[in-house]
Design a protein. Sequence first.
Length: 202
Amino acid sequence: MTDGNAELAARFADAKGLRLHLGGWEPKPGWLIVNVEDRPHVDVRSTCSDLSMFPDGSVAEIYASHVYEHLGYQQELPAAFAEAWRVLMPGGTLMVAVPDLEVLAGLLLQTRNDVNAQWHVQRMVMGGQVEPFDFHKVGFTFNILCGMLTRHGFRNFRRVKGFGLFKDTSEIVFGGVPISLNVQCMKPTGVQSADRGRAAGT
């Protein structure tokens, strides 16, 4: 843990019922913004793979919109899901929005005669790539996302149209088609963060 994270850990040592907005920038009462970039309104500067400043079971809700696709699926993404599971209290909620690879694949085929439209679709698949963190490293379908989260102990998956919390890319529409895969799940009650390894099968 870095010195900065140690200071944050002391700040949140007795925290309970926190709400974390991972990768966010829009302030909202009751929510802490965790972002790797130094932006206005960011409360904690860190990656979503490192939530070490938050105690086990200290978080009631996590919201992550179009964040997890920016992580490598070999190490970064499993670490991020493990951290989300660890900090959530039993019964806590994880809300995830990612680009829907099935929808985007369909749009890519539908726009085969329009190179400009296809270019925009592939940017949604691969990321805008206008800054260092704007690259996509993994694609998600509902089955892939839920399968990975199940491996990390999450249950009760529910696909939703939106979350109604923030104005962000979870609401993005292209050609009249919503392209965001929005899923809500929970950390089951009756488990503790120390059980994560067994839940993930590690």
